[in-house]
Design a protein around this ligand. Sequence first.
Ligand code: GTP
Ligand code: MG
Length: 226
Amino acid sequence: MIVPTYNEAGSLPPLVERLAGAMAGHTWELVVVDDGSPDGTADVAARLSAKHPVWVVRRAGKAGLASAVIAGFNESRGDILVVMDADLSHPPETVPALVKAIDDGADLAVGSRYVKGGATMDWPLRRRVVSRVACLIGNVLVPVRDATSGFFAVRRTAIDGVRLNAIGFKIGFEVIARARTKTVVEVPYTFRDRELGASKFGRREVVQYLQQVGMVTRDKALGRLH
Ligand SMILES: Nc1nc2c(ncn2[C@@H]2O[C@H](COP(=O)(O)OP(=O)(O)OP(=O)(O)O)[C@@H](O)[C@H]2O)c(=O)[nH]1
Ligand SMILES: [Mg+2]
C-alpha cells in the first residue's frame, strides 16, 4: 500500500490501526511517502513501524501527490499496489475488496463513489459539482465512472515500464489512462470527509488536472496509450 502524506500526523495512527485490522490474514506493507511535513508526520510513521509493516520515504519538500505516489511505486515490493489517502476518506476496510478484484483477474480495481453502492458523505453542493464535472471530463477518455479516484489497486505488471506523468493530484486518472489493462473494475465505497488536518486540494490542482487531461488526450490521439 502507498499513502502520500503532507501534514497527516493525526490521521496516520488510526489509519494504520484500521489497516492492520482490515488486512489481518493478508501479507501487506505500507509505504508512507512524506514530503517533509512540518507537523512531524514522517516521525509518526517511523514510530508506527515498530509495531506494523510500515516504511517511510522521506522527501525534502512538498513535491506533489502524484509524484509521491510514483516514488511509492518504486519503493513497494508487492505484486499488487494499493494507493489511498492518509486522511481516512478512503476506508481501509475496502482494501481487501480491491485486492480480491485483482486476485480474481482484474488488472486495475478502482475504488468508486459513482457506481451502485458507492457514495460521498457530507459534501457541500459545490464540491459535489466539481467532482462530478471532473469525472465526466475524465470519462470521455477512460471507461471508468470515478475517473479521478485516488483509491485504487493495480497489478504491478500493468504499470511496469509505463511512463506516468507526475503532475498534480490525479494519479488515479493517470494510471487508469496509461496502465496496460485488459480488465478494469470499479469497487464501490463511501468517501468520508476528513476529520483531522487540512485539505491540500485547491485551484492549482484543478488547473493541473485539466493540463493532465490535455496530455492524455494528445497521447490518445497519437496512439500512445495501451
Ligand atoms: N507526499 C505528499 N502527499 C500529498 C501532497 N499533497 C497531498 N498529499 C496527500 O495526498 C492525500 C490527498 O490529499 P487531500 O488533502 O486529502 O486531498 P482531498 O482528499 O482531495 O481533499 P480533502 O477531501 O479536503 O481532504 C493526503 O493523504 C495528503 O496528505 C504532496 O505534495 N506530497
Ligand atoms: Mg482528503
